[in-house]
Write a protein that binds this ligand. Structure first.
Ligand code: HEM
Length: 410
C-alpha cells in the first residue's frame, strides 16, 4: 500500500511566509537560521508556491539595485500572485518598472518634499496634540484604534484633502486592499473586489469635483495637473490612489503601535529617551527598523542569473525580507533584536526599501512619528502595555490589531 505523505510533513521549517509566525511573533528564530545558513534560500512548498527567501542586508540591496533584472512588474510586489480571472486590474507604480514607474513616481514626489512637510507639520502637530489630550489617564484603552489608526487616518485625509467625516473609509479600504491572506479564499477575494470598486467610485467623484479647478497642494489635484498621471485610465488612477492610501496607512499605523509596545518592552531604552528628548529623531529610525511594518517586497527575475552563489531562473520569485535584514547581526550588531534609541546606524535600516522604489512617503512617516514622540514627551506621557497585543496574521503587513494600554506621567 502506498504511504500517504501527511500535509504537515511537507511544511518547510524555513518557510517564513507562514502567517502563524507573525500572528504568534515567532518569526525571529527561522530568520536567524536563514541568515546564518542560507541567506538566499529556495523554499519549494508554501501557500504561495516556490519562492526564494533573501534574508540578509547585502543581497537585498543588490536585488533592489538591479530593477531591470529583478522586476516589480512581472509578478507584483507581494508573494501572492495576481489572478487575472478574479482580481480587478489596478496598476500601481510600486508594481511598475521603468520607464512608466519613473514618470508616475515623479508626479506624486512633490507632495513629499521638505517644504511640503513643513507646510503640513503644523496641522499634523495640532491634530496629534488633540488626540493625546483626549486620552484618559490611568485607564485601560486600545492604543491601536484610539491613537495609531486615528492619527494615521487623519494624516492621510490631510494629504488627499479627503472629506473629514468619511476618513475612516480610508482605513477600511486600505485594510481590505493590503491583506494578502484574503487571496487564499475565493469569497473574501470577491468581497475585497467589491470594496475596491466602492473605493474607486468614491475617489472618482472626488476627482471629478477637482477637475477644471486651479491646482491645490493635495495629491489628487497634483495628479490631475500632471502629465504622466492625467493620461491614466480609470483603473490606473484608482490603483495609484489605493497605493498611496495603503502605502501610508498600515505602515505608519503599525510604527505608532510599535513605539508604544516596543518602548514598554525595552524600559531602559524608554528611560533614556524620556531623559533626553534630543534622541527622538534617532529613536524614530530605530523604532521603524525594529518594527519593519512591511515584512517583505517581492521581485521576479526577468532572466537567469546568480545571487550569492545560487542560480536564479527567469520567472522565479524572490521575497526580500526587510524584517530580517533589519536584524542582520553583521550590520546592526549582536543586539539587533533590541531597541537602542542611540543606535549609531539606526538610519541604515531597510524598512523603506532601497533603490528606485524606495518609499516615497518616508519623510511624511518620519515626521508623523517624530511629532507623536515629541508631543508625548511634552506631556511626560508614558504608555504602559497591559496585555500582549493581538497581531496581524500575515507575512506582508507586519503589525498589530489591538494593544491594551494605560498611560501614566513620568
Ligand atoms: C514604497 C515602506 C510610509 C507611500 C514603499 C516600499 C516600502 C515602504 C518597503 C517599497 C520599497 C521597494 O520596493 O523598494 C513604508 C514604511 C512606511 C511607509 C515602513 C512607514 C513607516 C508611507 C507613506 C506613504 C507611502 C506615509 C504615503 C502616504 C509609498 C509609495 C510607494 C512606497 C507610493 C511606492 C514607491 C515606488 O514604487 O517608487 N514604502 N512606507 N509610504 N510607499 Fe511607503
Amino acid at each position: 500500500m502506498a504511504t500517504l505523505v501527511q500535509p504537515e510533513m511537507r511544511v518547510d521549517p524555513l518557510d517564513v511566509s507562514r502567517a502563524d509566525l507573525y500572528r504568534d511573533d515567532t518569526w525571529q528564530a527561522p530568520f536567524a537560521r536563514l541568515r546564518g545558513e542560507a541567506p538566499v534560500y529556495r523554499c519549494e512548498h508554501s501557500d504561495y508556491g516556490p519562492y526564494w527567501s533573501v534574508s540578509t542586508y547585502k543581497p537585498i540591496v543588490e536585488v533592489e539595485s538591479l530593477p531591470d533584472l529583478y522586476s516589480s512588474e512581472a509578478g507584483g510586489i507581494t508573494l501572492a500572485d495576481f489572478l487575472p480571472e478574479s482580481d480587478v486590474r489596478m496598476p500601481m507604480f510600486i508594481a511598475r518598472d521603468r520607464p512608466v514607474h519613473t514618470g508616475q513616481r515623479r508626479t506624486v514626489a512633490p507632495a513629499f518634499t521638505p517644504s511640503e512637510m513643513a507646510r503640513m507639520s503644523e496641522d499634523i502637530r495640532r491634530r496629534t496634540a488633540e488626540i493625546l489630550d483626549s486620552l484618559p489617564w490611568n485607564t485601560r484603552f486600545d492604543w491601536v484604534d484610539t491613537v495609531s489608526i486615528e492619527l494615521t487616518t487623519q494624516m492621510l485625509a490631510i494629504l488627499f484633502d479627503f472629506p473629514w467625516e468619511d476618513r475612516r473609509k480610508l482605513t477600511f479600504w486600505s485594510d481590505w486592499a493590503g491583506d494578502i491572506e484574503l487571496i487564499k479564499n475565493e469569497d473574501l477575494r470577491k468581497q475585497r473586489l467589491a470594496h475596491m470598486y466602492e473605493c474607486g467610485a468614491y475617489f472618482q467623484q472626488l476627482w471629478n469635483s477637482k477637475v477644471g479647478k486651479p491646482q491645490t497642494p493635495d495629491l489628487i489635484s497634483m495628479m490631475i495637473h500632471s502629465d504622466a498621471m492625467s493620461h491614466m485610465d480609470h483603473f490606473e488612477f484608482i490603483g495609484n490612489l489605493i497605493l498611496l492610501i495603503v502605502g501610508g496607512n498600515d505602515t505608519t499605523r503599525n510604527t505608532m503601535s510599535a513605539l508604544a509596545y516596543g518602548l514598554d518592552r525595552f524600559p531602559d531604552a524608554r528611560a533614556q529617551l524620556e531623559g533626553d528628548p534630543t534622541l527622538i529623531a534617532n529613536a524614530t529610525q530605530e523604532i521603524i527598523r525594529w518594527q519593519t511594518p512591511l515584512a517583505h517586497m517581492r521581485r521576479t527575475a526577468t532572466r537567469d542569473t546568480e545571487l550569492m552563489g545560487q542560480t536564479i531562473r527567469e520567472g522565479d520569485k524572490l521575497a526580500l525580507w526587510y524584517i530580517s535584514a533589519n536584524r542582520d547581526e553583521s550590520v546592526f550588531g549582536p543586539d539587533a533584536d533590541a531597541i537602542r534609541v542611540d543606535r549609531p546606524n539606526a538610519r541604515r535600516h531597510l524598512a523603506f526599501g532601497h533603490g528606485i522604489h524606495r518609499c516615497v512617503g518616508a519623510r511624511l512617516a518620519e515626521m508623523q512619528i517624530g511629532i507623536l514622540l515629541e508631543e508625548m514627551a511634552k506631556r511626560r506621557m508614558r504608555v504602559n502595555v497591559l496585555e500582549e497585543p493581538t497581531r496581524v496574521a500575515a507575512c506582508f503587513v507586519h503589525g498589530y490589531r489591538s494593544l491594551p494600554v494605560e498611560i501614566s506621567r513620568y
